[in-house]
Design a protein around this ligand. Structure first.
Ligand SMILES: NS(=O)(=O)c1ccc(C(=O)NCc2ccc(F)cc2)cc1
Ligand SMILES: [Zn+2]
Length: 262
């Protein structure tokens, strides 16, 4: 699957038929084999500087729900870690399952988590628009955080309360003053990093992935509200629950996964 130009079409409604992927040898997500990751002492701590005033809206794009940030200036940024440049936050979203048994995109030694958060940033030192950066080798940086079911996440509740207003594909509501830093684990120094791709079409291989070692906890009820969202728009007669919106793990194709901790 590393050299083939096609990846297997997936069961997901959005994945009709084989997808042509350019090259296809650095696709995401992957299974992170912890004991095969290589400690790199040059990896720095992550430096996030998010401004809640840049939070603009929350919407249902028919695959997940996105919280979008004003990325017309370097106001909410990510630097450090494996990155050489400054990256601007443009949005965050989640992937989850129909049950708590699965839902994450990355796995740790094949272990599945009920959900995964992605904070999406683009390289504002080198590019002037997300759409430009998404086509370039070092254009994007995405932070992945695993979710586990446990105690209620107070910071997440404001977002959960907004979801009923965007049940259908295409709906958008104003959403302001949300600090995405509240969704990061307490320890952001320990992570794995590797070069991969977007996990949804166009699957472009422009992402430096930064997957946090420490997960965050959300309650069963909070996750149940994610599952109350719909893939379908209000006009469609068949409503389909927005669940299992994850891509299956892709071949590593000889890539090295580095760790910031030994
Ligand atoms: N799950 S993930 O974090 O890997 C991911 C992040 C962002 C996007 C995205 O922006 N798609 C729309 C898009 C893609 C390319 C464009 F040029 C414009 C919009 C897709 C997947
Ligand atoms: Zn994602």
């Amino acid at each position: 699957a590393c050299s083939s130009k096609y990846v297997l079409s997936q069961m997901h409604p959005m994945w009709q038929g084989p997808l042509v992927v350019p090259g296809g040898d650095r696709q995401s997500p992957i299974d992170i084999v912890v004991r095969k990751s290589v400690f790199d002492s040059e990896l720095k701590p992550l430096l996030t500087n998010y401004d809640p005033r840049t939070c603009q809206q929350i919407w249902n794009n028919g695959y997940s729900f996105l919280v979008e940030y004003d990325d017309t200036a370097d106001k909410s940024t990510l630097e450090g870690g494996p990155l050489q440049d400054k990256f601007r936050l443009c949005q965050f979203h989640f992937h989850w399952g129909e049950s708590n048994a699965w839902g994450s995109e990355h796995t740790l030694d094949r272990r599945l988590f009920p959900a995964e958060l992605h904070l999406v940033h683009w390289n504002s030192n080198k590019y002037s628009l997300f759409e430009e950066a998404v086509m370039e080798e070092n254009g994007l940086a995405v932070i992945g955080v695993f979710l586990k079911v446990g105690k209620r996440h107070e910071g997440l509740q404001k977002l959960v309360d907004a979801l009923p207003a965007i049940r259908h594909k295409g709906s958008v509501v104003e959403f302001t003053k949300f600090d995405p830093a509240c969704l990061l684990p307490t320890n952001t120094d320990d992570y794995w990093t590797y070069h991969g791709s977007l996990t949804t079409p166009p699957l472009t291989e422009s992402v430096t992935w930064i997957v946090m070692k420490q997960h965050i906890e959300v309650s069963h009820d909070q996750l149940a509200v994610f599952r109350s969202l719909l893939f379908t728009s209000a006009e469609e007669e068949i409503q389909r629950s927005m669940v299992n919106n994850f891509r299956v793990q892709q071949p590593l194709c000889g890539r090295t996964v580095r760790s910031s901790f030994s």
